[in-house]
Design a binder for this molecule. Structure first.
Ligand code: APR
Ligand code: PHB
Length: 388
């Protein structure tokens, strides 16, 4: 087989890249280790920046998002039982869209199927070869047979645990990492959300987040220990832990019910530099991870894909490699700002340290955020997404 760009991974990064390349007449094949059903069963964050919405529209897959997504003009932050609001609209003129990542993945898969672009699911033993030569190759096993794809470029969109980053020479890569000593316990429930807007909660008992997927489906998270086992968190225990962290109105309005999904996610900040190795380009979680506070993961995957798709388009249409040469620097400049913002939200809102100095700093940070228009504008600008 031969293609122009071999894409490893059919998460949001790989699927969006494939769609944008296809629109510009660039051949691509996606190789995914899991089945399509498995990929669609993963519940992930659900806040889409305005620039990401634009990109999904450009890829021709934004229709359902505009129909079913919820436009949010602001966000609420509850500190020790007192709620504050930050208006994105007043401070930046922008908004975000609340729409599940699983739905975006489905829209991208449907878009790909509609144009007939090839995706190989359940591809085993994917391996990258000759990435520093002019003729890289990808091999894999599928249907009990070995396959080989010759290509011009490889896009490593295979997430944090993928094979692409591991295929770069270890000496050529620098990893920066911060692991937080806690996790997020999340549940999905068919109950009306406690508020029309998201509420991020800082409380002495620990962080909480009230989010949603629709007017009848809620997504809630609380900070938990990494040693916690999901079985030790029956629904009742979850609701009992969440309610006292809310303000009075929230406690009264909270509607509880059975969970339809429950999971624990670790919190990690990670960046691998650079994002290019010869003809291999990394994008999305393959190159960087943010903790979920601020919901930047999918949005960063999208901004990488925008820079990378433009670079491939320039290469094929204009015979210019300038975009490819600048891809890593450009993408990382935006990545590090989102890393900073997610780290700031995480360390300011969670109970991480028991040092009273750190706790006082959290309160001071938040007090400043609510009193200063400059601080609130900086927050809003980052939350709605920095321009490309
Ligand atoms: N071979 C082929 N596919 C692989 C391999 C491999 N060796 N390893 C992993 N994959 C696949 C995974 O099964 C997954 O479907 O690559 C895909 C990577 O998708 P994501 O993990 O969703 O990463 P990405 O597309 O970069 O999306 C980033 O999604 O993971 C969330 O929180 C993250 O919001 C962020 C966004
Ligand atoms: C979610 O709705 O799942 C969500 C929202 C905001 C976040 C993280 C997750 O910061």
């Amino acid at each position: 087989m031969r293609t122009q760009v071999a894409i490893i991974g059919a998460g949001p990064a790989g699927l969006l890249l494939g769609q944008l390349l296809h629109k510009h007449g660039i051949d691509n094949i996606i190789l995914e280790r899991q089945t399509a059903d498995y990929v669609l069963s993963r519940v992930r964050a659900g806040v889409i920046e305005q620039v990401t919405m634009g990109l999904l529209d450009e890829a021709g897959v934004g229709a359902r998002m505009h129909k079913d997504g919820l436009v949010h003009d602001g966000v609420q932050i509850c500190v020790d039982g007192v709620r504050h609001r930050i208006s994105f609209k007043e401070l930046t003129g922008k908004a975000v869209m609340v729409y599940g990542q699983t739905e975006i993945t489905k829209d991208l898969m449907d878009g790909r199927a509609a144009v007939g672009a090839p995706t190989v699911y359940a591809a085993d033993d994917v391996a990258l070869h000759d990435i520093f030569s002019g003729a890289p190759r990808v091999t894999y096993r599928g249907d009990s047979k070995s396959h080989e794809i010759d290509c011009d470029f490889i896009a490593g969109c295979d997430g944090f645990h993928g094979i692409s980053r591991k295929s770069a020479p270890p000496r050529a890569i620098t990893a920066h990492e911060r692991i937080y000593p806690l996790g997020w316990l999340g549940i999905l429930s068919d109950t009306p959300p406690v508020s029309e807007e998201l509420i991020y909660v800082r409380h002495d008992r620990g962080f909480a987040l009230c989010s949603m997927r629709s007017p009848t489906r809620s997504r809630y998270y609380i900070q938990c220990s990494l040693a916690d086992d999901i079985d030790s968190w029956p629904d009742e225990r979850f609701w009992e832990a969440l309610r006292p962290r809310l303000d009075e109105e929230g406690r009264e309005r909270l509607v509880t019910g059975p969970s339809i999904e429950k999971s624990i996610a670790p919190l990690r900040s990670f960046v691998a530099e650079p994002m290019r190795f010869g003809r291999l380009f990394l994008a999305g979680d393959a190159a960087h991870i943010v903790p979920p506070t601020g919901a930047k993961g999918l949005n960063l995957a999208a901004s990488d894909v925008r820079y990378l798709s433009q670079a491939f388009i320039e290469h094929y249409a204009d015979k210019s490699d300038s975009g490819l040469d600048h891809y890593s620097d450009r993408a990382l400049a935006r990545v590090w700002k989102a890393e900073r913002f997610s780290w700031w939200m995480t360390t300011t809102l969670h109970r991480i340290s028991e040092n009273p100095f750190d706790l006082k700093l959290q309160v001071a940070e938040l007090d400043y955020l609510f009193r200063s228009t400059a601080a609130a504008t900086a927050f809003a600008e980052n939350y709605v997404g920095l321009p490309y």
